[in-house]
Design a protein around this ligand. Structure first.
Ligand SMILES: C[S@@+](CC[C@H](N)C(=O)[O-])C[C@H]1O[C@@H](n2cnc3c(N)ncnc32)[C@H](O)[C@@H]1O
Length: 164
């Protein structure tokens, strides 16, 4: 897997120092979508590939519990040490094997990370853990990407390309 780039301790502490949160405009778009869609609950949000936590914390004001997961122990250590509200926690875990029960998550996000995942396996996990009324938000800085998911691959990839 081509995931080792961000794993080292030095890289992770550089992340904590310089990495920014998702832009406010994007946060507003996501909140508005969640409100309009009226997800049935705002209990649990999961930030997959959370790095040192910059993409995780902003969800704490809307969800009862927010969990950031990342394959890199160094990134998760930085996230924990950076401090966070009581409803935020972090776990080391690969995106392709998420440590959550079936039908238990309201919202899954992955910012600037999904292009590192094994996308078909990740999407299978998303389908397993997400509640039927749940939502997914994926962002990438990769221009040439496919989101493989059942017979929606073409449509999802078109949407990605449209907003790139
Ligand atoms: C570019 S960083 C983005 C971090 C954070 N989401 C942000 O926006 O600041 C990508 C992150 O994905 C993580 N990652 C890469 N492959 C992964 C995988 N298969 N499962 C979980 N995390 C992974 C890396 O360790 C890294 O922290």
């Amino acid at each position: 897997m081509a995931t080792r780039l961000f794993e080292g301790k030095e890289h992770a502490s550089g992340y904590l120092k310089y990495r920014f949160s998702p832009p406010e405009k994007l946060q507003e778009v996501i909140f508005a979508y969640l409100d309009n869609k009226k997800v049935s609950s705002f209990q649990l949000a999961v930030d997959v590939g959370c790095g040192s936590g910059q993409s995780t914390l902003w969800m704490a004001k809307r969800f009862g519990k927010v969990v950031g997961t990342d394959i890199s122990e160094a990134q998760i250590e930085e996230a924990k040490q950076a401090g966070h509200p009581a409803n935020v926690s972090y776990l080391v875990s690969p995106a392709e094997n998420l440590p959550f029960e079936d039908n238990s998550v309201d919202f899954i996000m992955a910012f600037a990370a999904v292009h590192w995942f094994d996308i078909p396996r990740f999407m299978k996990e998303v389908e397993r853990v997400l509640k039927p009324s749940g939502c997914v938000a994926l962002s990438t800085n990769c221009l040439d990407m496919q989101v493989q998911y059942k017979d929606c691959t073409k449509k999802l990839t078109e949407i990605f390309n449209e907003v790139c």
